[in-house]
Design a protein around this ligand. Structure first.
Ligand SMILES: [Zn+2]
Length: 392
């Protein structure tokens, strides 16, 4: 048995933050100013490019920031890591823009943000002193208290800090560098087919039922917004309540995904999934199942894959993304490809060897084969219950 290697990874702990009434107001004020700074630096980059045909470096902008801090008391009162963090963010979005241009993707120029879209204070650098026990102290902001329900790593490991306001909910993201914890390796492999009828189908025949969202509360909150006058305090409150509900659903789903992916990574050594492309996920790619677009998006395959990817790395498991073409049209028994268009049959039937199987299970087996090029390993029956069934 090979001994799994330990590597360092960044792990984010997201905690809910609490502070005084004045503290919340201060965070909102700082966010508004950061948003202004963000738009201003983006505009500056744009204008420099238009007049000189040149880009602008992060360091040039940081020099300008020094000037701004000399002129305005407000920026002097806030820690330099807060305002530099804004410039780092602009720099990152511009770099991503040029990367997309170079790669020939749809470029998408960085947005000028309205304040509603600017919800996060990101620090350019962190010091260990920023987290003391359950208190977060950043210059210029009031003390934020957190209530972690598990022990946080030593603050010397702290790599990044983000403070976000979502509606009236304050969150603190603490990013730590940690040693990975490889699990004892097991002799199991799996292929996972993502779907809409079943959220996931495994090559050993197990399934996770589709995600169904209860939107009744969301709908009534949205309706409540529409009856209120624009610019009124009541409307602002209603918008905030709606944002909270949306966020609640997001977090609920994320937690559900965490439960699922943790169970998968514990159970299998080798995990294969389809390589997702935007093309087969959305309507834009001319997908045949156009009507299913929304329910496809709701299954959040991207989140599941992302979690599987890093958890596999963390646990010393193998993770493969395979070419998804013809996985549902190929016979997992004899590799015969059915060329004709398949309607929405639930059962796959091979014309050559007569192999008959559930369509998704057949696809999952093909994904597993493409990932590891060897037949499925039987899973010991004792472990069959480890997978948490979706219950939302
Ligand atoms: Zn066959």
């Amino acid at each position: 048995m090979d001994t799994p290697q330990s590597t360092t990874l960044h792990k984010t702990y997201q905690e809910r933050g609490y502070c005084s009434r004045a503290g919340y107001a201060r965070i909102r004020e700082v966010l508004r100013s950061c948003c202004w700074l963000y738009n201003r630096s983006l505009e500056q980059r744009k204008n420099t490019y238009l007049s000189d045909g040149k880009g602008m470096s992060l360091y040039t902008q940081m020099k300008e920031l020094t000037q701004l801090r000399k002129e305005q008391q407000f920026w002097r009162d806030i820690g330099i890591t807060v305002s530099r963090g804004v410039l780092v963010r602009v720099d990152r979005s511009c770099k991503a823009f040029f990367r997309r241009v170079k790669a020939g993707e749809k470029p998408g120029y960085p947005r000028f943000k309205p304040h509603q879209r600017y919800q996060c204070i990101e620090l350019s650098e962190v010091t260990a002193g920023m987290v003391k026990g359950n208190r977060i102290k950043v210059k210029g902001l009031s003390v934020i208290r957190i209530r972690p329900n598990r022990a946080l790593p030593a603050s010397s490991q702290l790599k990044a800090l983000r403070i976000g306001m979502h509606g009236r909910i304050l969150t603190v993201d603490l990013v730590y560098e940690e040693e990975s914890e490889p699990l004892t390796s097991v002799d199991t492999a799996v292929g996972i087919d993502m779907g809409v009828n079943e959220r996931m189908t495994f090559s050993d025949g197990e399934t996770v039922s589709r995600r169904v969202i209860d939107r009744s509360r969301e709908t009534s909150l949205q309706r409540a917004i529409s009856t209120k006058k624009k610019g009124s305090k009541r409307r602002r409150k209603a918008v905030s309540a709606f944002a909270c509900e949306r966020r609640r659903n997001t977090v609920r789903n994320r937690n559900e995904c965490h439960r699922l992916t943790t169970a998968i990574v514990r159970k299998y050594q080798k995990i294969a999934v389809e390589k997702l492309t935007i093309k087969n996920m959305s309507r834009k790619g001319g997908n045949r199942k156009r009507g299913l677009n929304r329910s496809m998006m709701e299954q959040t395959w991207g989140i599941l894959f992302q979690q599987l990817r890093y958890k596999a790395e963390w646990a010393g498991r193998q993770f493969a993304e395979v070419d998804p073409r013809y996985t549902s049209k190929t016979c997992s028994h004899c590799d015969e490809v059915r060329k004709e268009k398949l309607a929405v049959y639930r059962i796959f039937e091979c014309l050559r060897c007569g192999h008959t199987e559930d369509r998704d299970t057949n696809a999952a087996k093909n994904i597993q084969k493409r990932g590891w090029e060897y037949p499925a390993q039987p899973v010991p029956p004792a472990e069959k219950d480890m997978l948490v069934q979706s219950s939302i």
